[in-house]
Structures are given as structure tokens and as C-alpha cells.
Design a protein around this ligand. Structure first.
Ligand SMILES: Cc1ncc(COP(=O)(O)O)c(C=O)c1O
Length: 455
């Protein structure tokens, strides 16, 4: 039966059954089941909104972990998926290929700058990073420089939860338990900036000279540098300037180090351009994409390499080939929806929609900057972020109270520690944005008065 036609009572009891089964059998991600409240059962989603079983609307202001781009349940994306599923659902990808994968690879190569032409498919952001690391590592072996094995990353960086990806985010409190398993990574300070920051030049210069010093010391030992371009996501929505990124890449290139851009979160419009790298006018050796790749529909990722990197893997022996692959590599359903999503960027003039969101956020940022309880407001593309003074770290009591208050008031906003941010789907309307801004301010007022609790 269609959920919409159920009576509210039937919906509620069906939802209660779902919840009961969930509580008995499901282990949720990034969740302390000993303290966390019950999850909300979602019955349907449309555009920028999620709806629970009772029909209560929740604005999805974090785009469901930054995956949803054009909006939930978009008719054209639904149709692309349905059309592909009626042809075939999946086929192994070694020794076989298919139109959705070949077309998507060509479309991505066309959309990306420079000669980023060779697309390696995988399943999620973390695996796209693992693939990039393995390519970088083996590239130097294949090039006869096996001593180049160290990696450079940035403090506050987050690249995923698999072992290699975790090593890159080794400073993160999330990964304390796994430090002994990690590979060696050199971590540089990240010169994050914000509105009204007058010390950014100094911090950027500090990072660049730290990189230069490191590369002078260990010039022939470094395989690759990896960075989330312009916006560190999980590290607290920290923004850096395109000019800094441009200079950073130039320094790495001078030392022959491979540059990996992790655009898992920034790709597909989040920073105002299709890819963040465009604003810094750089072409990396490898780029990781996921999340918005399929508009949030299907788990899929790609690692795209420049021609020269791919060519280092060619030869007569399998030893030079990349020994990596997943059962669901280049899943045709995911490829079909990713292709349709790329087309929507043109059809719906999505970058203009993002520019509209950016203008709207800018006015809100001014209001936030005037508050005593807010610090470091920042804005890039469709992402507005700020820190709440004395809100504590990840999952702190205050940050959870704030999250719960927002949810209870129909807003899916999940602070990362002290950082509150909005990263809405691009279809969000002006009225919905106004609702989000009003809610943000009310939630902060409630937190300040010490009583943000459910209504
Ligand atoms: C920049 C970045 N890289 C990698 C990942 C890992 O992606 P996934 O959660 O799909 O494994 C994330 C996830 O948030 C991310 O933000």
C-alpha cells in the first residue's frame, strides 16, 4: 500500500514496528547506542524535506550527510534509475563494460579540468581515497622510486573510515583506538579562515614554509599530498582560500610530489563551482569523488587519474597493474543515476541555484556575526557555517542538545562539535531557507537560556 494513503494511526504503528526491529537488530554508524535517543523512522522524502511516518516534515539541511544534491526523489533521477533497472542491474566489471559506465566516465572526464581522464570506480568516499593512496604508492614503485612512500595530509582533515583514510585523519579524536594500525602520515597545519579573519596571511605562509621545509628534508621520500580543497568537511567546515591552495599545489609539484584532491564532499557544486579545484585553477594528479556523484541515490565513488599516472601502470606484467576492485564496481544503476544527475546541472541551471543560496546565506551570516554566542562565521558556495562559543567538542552535551532541539523543530541540522552548518539540497526554496535561518537563531537562543528541549 502507498504510505501516503495510510491512516495516521496505521502509520504510527507500522513505524513503531520498524523502530522495534531496528532497536533489536541494527547497529547504527557513529552512534553510541548506550546514550543515543531512538532514530526517526522516515517514510518518504521529497525535494528538501524528509517526512516521518506521521507525515511530520523535517528539512534536510545537511543533505543527508552531504549526498543529496538536486533534492530527494527527483522525477528525472527516479526515471533514470527505473529505466536502467529494466535493462540490467549489475555485471562484474573486469572483462566487461556497459554504456552507463563508459558514458559516465566520458562525462566526468569532460567536466573535470586538464587531462583527468582515467576513471577508476569504487563504492564510497573512503574507498575512493584508499584507491588514490594505493595508486600513488604503486605509481612510485612502477616509476622505480620505491622510497617515495610517505604521505602528507592536513590537521583537521577527514578522508573516511577505512584504514588508509583513517591514517590521513590520524589527529581526529574519532580514531584514537586505531592509532597503532595506521600508516605514517606527516600532518601540516590547515590555515582555515572565516569572515573578519585578519591573521590568515600569516597562517597560510606558516603552512607553506612548513611544507617547503618538509620537502627539503624528505624530498625523495614523499609519495603524495592529499587535501580537501577549499573546505574541510567533518573537521568542522573549515574554509581555506583558493590562492593558498594554488600556491600549495605549486610547492608540491616543484618537489615532484603527487597531488590528490579529496572532492568527496566538495564535488558537484557544494563550493559554488562544479568542483572546488576550478576556483584554485589547479589540476591534481588524482581526484576522489563520491557523495553528490549519484545525487545521493546510490553508493558509488570514483578516483580519477591524469593520463601520465595511468600510463605508469601499463606494461607486459600484471605486477604493474593496479590490484584493486570491488564486487559492485561501476554498478550500472549508480552510473545511470550519476549521468542523469550531471545532465540536471545543465537542465536546471544548478550552479545558478547555488549562487542564489549563497546570496541568501550571506545575509544570514551578517546576522550571525552580530550575535555574542557565535564566532568564526564562514561561507562558501551553498555551505554556511559558524562556531557556537563554548559548545564543546564532537557529541558534547551542548552540541547534542542543539541537534535534538533542531530535530524536534523540524530541522535536520547536525552540529560537528561546536560547528553548526547548513548544507542544503540545491532545490531548497527561499521560504525553506527563511525557516532554517529562523530555526537556527531560535535554537541558539534556547541553548543560551539553558533549556533547548523538545516542544
Ligand atoms: C572529504 C571526505 N572524504 C571522504 C569521506 C568518506 O566518505 P564515505 O563516508 O562515503 O566513506 C568523507 C565523508 O564524509 C569526506 O567528507
Amino acid at each position: 500500500m502507498n504510505d501516503d494513503r495510510r491512516s495516521p494511526r496505521a502509520c504510527t504503528s507500522a513505524a513503531e514496528e520498524v523502530l522495534a526491529r531496528d532497536l533489536r537488530h541494527v547497529w547504527h554508524p557513529y552512534t553510541q547506542h548506550g546514550t543515543e535517543s531512538e532514530p526517526i523512522v522516515i517514510a518518504r522524502a521529497k525535494a528538501a524535506s524528509l517526512f516521518d511516518a506521521d507525515g511530520k516534515e523535517i528539512l534536510d539541511l545537511v543533505s543527508s550527510w552531504w549526498t543529496c544534491t538536486h533534492g530527494h526523489s527527483h522525477p528525472k533521477l527516479n526515471a533514470a534509475l527505473a529505466e536502467q533497472v529494466n535493462r540490467f542491474e549489475h555485471v562484474m566489471f573486469a572483462g566487461f563494460t556497459h554504456q552507463p559506465a563508459a558514458d559516465l566516465a566520458a562525462a566526468l572526464a569532460n567536466a573535470l579540468p586538464g587531462d583527468l581522464n582515467k576513471v577508476f570506480f569504487s563504492d564510497d568516499g573512503s574507498t575512493s581515497v584508499e584507491v588514490a593512496l594505493k595508486i600513488a604508492y604503486q605509481y612510485w614503485i612502477n616509476c622505480g622510486e620505491p622510497r617515495r612512500r610517505n604521505l602528507i595530509a592536513f590537521d583537521g582533515g577527514y578522508h573516511g573510515d577505512t584504514l588508509g583514510a583513517m591514517s590521513l585523519g590520524r589527529g581526529s579524536q574519532f580514531f584514537k583506538s586505531f592509532r597503532d594500525l595506521m600508516c605514517e602520515v606527516m600532518v601540516l597545519p590547515y590555515p582555515g579562515t572565516f569572515e573578519g579573519d585578519d591573521a590568515v596571511d600569516e597562517r597560510e605562509a606558516g603552512t607553506l614554509s612548513a611544507l617547503e621545509a618538509l620537502l627539503t628534508d624528505r624530498r625523495d621520500a614523499v609519495a603524495a599530498l592529499i587535501i580537501e580543497p577549499l573546505l574541510q568537511g567533518a573537521g568542522g567546515m573549515r574554509v581555506c582560500r583558493p590562492s593558498f591552495l594554488n600556491r600549495l599545489v605549486a610547492v608540491a609539484r616543484d618537489a615532484g610530489v603527487l597531488v590528490i584532491l579529496d572532492e568527496v564532499a566538495t564535488g558537484f557544486g557544494r563550493t559554488g563551482t562544479l568542483f572546488a579545484m576550478e576556483q584554485a585553477d589547479i589540476v591534481p594528479d588524482l581526484v576522489c569523488l563520491s557523495k553528490g556523484l549519484t545525487a545521493g541515490y546510490m553508493p558509488m565513488a570514483v578516483t580519477v587519474a591524469r593520463e601520465a599516472v595511468f600510463e605508469a601502470f601499463l606494461g607486459d606484467s600484471f605486477d604493474r597493474a593496479l590490484p584493486h576492485g570491488h564486487s559492485f564496481t561501476a554498478n550500472p544503476l549508480a552510473c545511470a543515476v550519476a549521468l542523469a544527475s550531471l545532465a540536471l546541472f545543465e537542465e536546471e541551471k544548478t550552479l545558478q541555484r547555488i549562487a542564489r543560496i549563497n546570496r541568501s546565506h550571506r545575509a544570514m551570516m551578517a546576522a550571525l556575526a552580530a550575535r555574542n554566542d557565535v564566532t568564526r562565521p564562514r561561507l562558501i558556495g551553498s555551505v554556511l557555517a559558524f562556531d557556537v562559543k563554548e559548545a564543546g567538542g564532537y557529541q558534547s552535551e551542548k552540541s547534542r542538545r542543539l541537534r535534538d532541539w533542531y530535530l524536534a523543530h523540524g530541522l535536520n541540522i547536525r552540529p560537528v562539535g561546536q560547528t553548526v552548518y547548513l548544507m542544503p539540497p540545491y532545490c531548497i526554496t527561499d521560504e525553506e531557507l527563511a525557516r532554517a535561518y529562523a530555526g537556527i537563531a531560535e535554537g541558539l537562543d534556547a541553548l543560551a537560556s539553558g533549556a533547548p528541549s523538545a516542544p
